[in-house]
Design a binder for this molecule. Sequence first.
Ligand SMILES: Cc1cc2nc3c(=O)[nH]c(=O)nc-3n(C[C@H](O)[C@H](O)[C@H](O)COP(=O)(O)OP(=O)(O)OC[C@H]3O[C@@H](n4cnc5c(N)ncnc54)[C@H](O)[C@@H]3O)c2cc1C
Ligand SMILES: *[C@@H]1O[C@H](CO)[C@@H](O)[C@H](O)[C@H]1NC(C)=O
Ligand SMILES: *[C@@H]1O[C@H](CO)[C@@H](O)[C@H](O)[C@H]1NC(C)=O
Ligand SMILES: *[C@@H]1O[C@H](CO)[C@@H](O)[C@H](O)[C@H]1NC(C)=O
Ligand SMILES: *[C@@H]1O[C@H](CO)[C@@H](O)[C@H](O)[C@H]1NC(C)=O
Length: 493
Amino acid sequence: MASLGLLVAGLGLFAANTNANPLDKRAAIDTCLSSAKVPVYTSGSADWNQAIKPFNNRVTFTPVAYAVPATVKNVQDAVQCGAQNSVTVTAKSGGHSYGSHGLGGENGHLIVDMKNFNSVTVASDGNSATIGTGGRLGDVATALYSQGKKAISHGTCPGVGVGGLSLHGGYGLISRSKGLTLDNILSAEVVLANSTVVTASPTDNPDLFWALRGAGAAFGIVTNFKFKTFTPPENNVFFSYNFNFGSASQMATALTVLQNFTRFQQPPELNLRLFIAPGTNLAGVYNGDRSSFDKIMTPLLSQMGISGAMGQVTAGAGWISTLSNFAYGPLQQAKVYDTHETFFSKSLMPDWLDPPAITALSNYWAANARGNSRAWYLLIDCHGGNSSAISKVGADDTAYAHRNATFKMQFYDRTYFGNYDNSWMSFLNGWIKAISDASPGKTYGMYINYADTSLSKDDAHTHYWLGHYTKLAQLKGVYDPKKVFEGPQLVGS
Ligand SMILES: Cc1cc2nc3c(=O)[nH]c(=O)nc-3n(C[C@H](O)[C@H](O)[C@H](O)COP(=O)(O)OP(=O)(O)OC[C@H]3O[C@@H](n4cnc5c(N)ncnc54)[C@H](O)[C@@H]3O)c2cc1C
Ligand SMILES: *[C@@H]1O[C@H](CO)[C@@H](O)[C@H](O)[C@H]1NC(C)=O
Ligand SMILES: *[C@@H]1O[C@H](CO)[C@@H](O)[C@H](O)[C@H]1NC(C)=O
Ligand SMILES: *[C@@H]1O[C@H](CO)[C@@H](O)[C@H](O)[C@H]1NC(C)=O
Ligand SMILES: *[C@@H]1O[C@H](CO)[C@@H](O)[C@H](O)[C@H]1NC(C)=O
């Protein structure tokens, strides 16, 4: 029986790919990497077993081979080995993709782990820094600060990698005044599918530079970026208010107020998020002093039904303590990263939620979420609005397609006990469906950095890249005609 099962599984793999099982290419790839002297983790070794553990335990894949280059030449040779053997090549930086896209998003990829490309060098004029894609955000922030108290705009979680974050978005504690991480890229060094190394910038390969900033994984392996740096504010207020919604209508009122605030009133110095779990929390950072903070927040809190007594407010915080407060762990990362969760996640990037959509969202919460005992949450980042640096970049200036999103919404459902049962996916799928059904004629954006494994290829393309997909697919044909860099949801897949 067991061998029959294996046989059937094997046939399934053959049927799904027009080529043979990509894992059958292991011997050929190993030989190629070895003769080019590309460092690897050998399949089955302790390093390999650790390295292929994804952040999301729900989504595991087996690579055909795992390269750990030390030089740009090693990256070029690895790409060439993949291309010559018709094996798909995938770059991995921090390995934090929700869909394990850094492990290929499917079995049988040649993984190119950028962990050794982790240097951080601030230029002598202090206005830019060259940063390897394999660096982790906490280490990068610490290194930038140690070189003349500099910073870049980036996400909150210290274990996230520079590569995936910067190529597809990058929202964090200072994005509303400094833009997304990708808005601060001055240039990138890229190994292309034909294994040549090029620079992408506003003047060198500008169309590649456009595509990298929102859809980078499909266009090459970036070894490092030059980023614009700034001197971070040292007088910050961070705050956190805990409260509860008593009913769906109370939630709808609060969301209506918050959406209007973000779109029309929220100053760029205020970075804010609403975290809805069994309890509710409004938290964030204001880059300024306590009295200006109070002037802005007091009316918002009262309209949302939150009393000051529900809050903890810390004023006068320096940049590093501000980052640390939201890191939920040490800012600097251990050599072996070993934090994992077991979850399914979805996103929505609404430009605007009309009243029926807010009602549907809130009713679904009351009927289906509030009583759900798994560790789910809905995180609403107040990302955009008319004062946000993110919204001020032209809609078509980068491949990132969500410039006029007011909210960045992350729906996350996890279990702390054993495996995630796939039937549970209907909980979040139903939540998005309820909002979509209440928004006829509307196509909401979604964020590939919160990769949703339930999306079909076509739906992923539509929601991640909206009106930019056609141009991306055309550029894919120019830069990677043989589809060396592929994945189930990437451009041109
Ligand atoms: C705990 C946690 C917190 C998060 N917080 C935030 C946040 O505050 N703000 C935010 O915007 N996002 C956040 N994210 C989402 C995060 O931005 C994405 O998961 C991101 O893609 C992770 O990048 P990575 O390099 O760690 O992942 P990986 O899995 O290594 O890579 C992700 C994708 O990028 C590609 N890629 C990686 N490196 C390269 C490279 N050098 N060249 C070409 N392609 C490359 C990979 O092939 C893959 O497709 C968070 C995720 C987690 C798990
Ligand atoms: C939304 O904000 C605008 C502009 O500040 C204001 O005129 C309007 O009354 C607000 N609407 C709600 C529902 O708060
Ligand atoms: C944002 O919109 C509001 C309401 O229309 C307006 O009062 C405000 O000046 C605008 N702010 C910016 C920065 O455009
Ligand atoms: C956001 O941009 C899209 C695409 O350009 C447009 O259809 C939509 O009306 C915009 N939304 C708002 C609120 O401006
Ligand atoms: C590699 O690909 C790029 C982008 O398509 C192209 O411009 C370049 O000429 C190619 N180089 C070689 C050596 O084929």
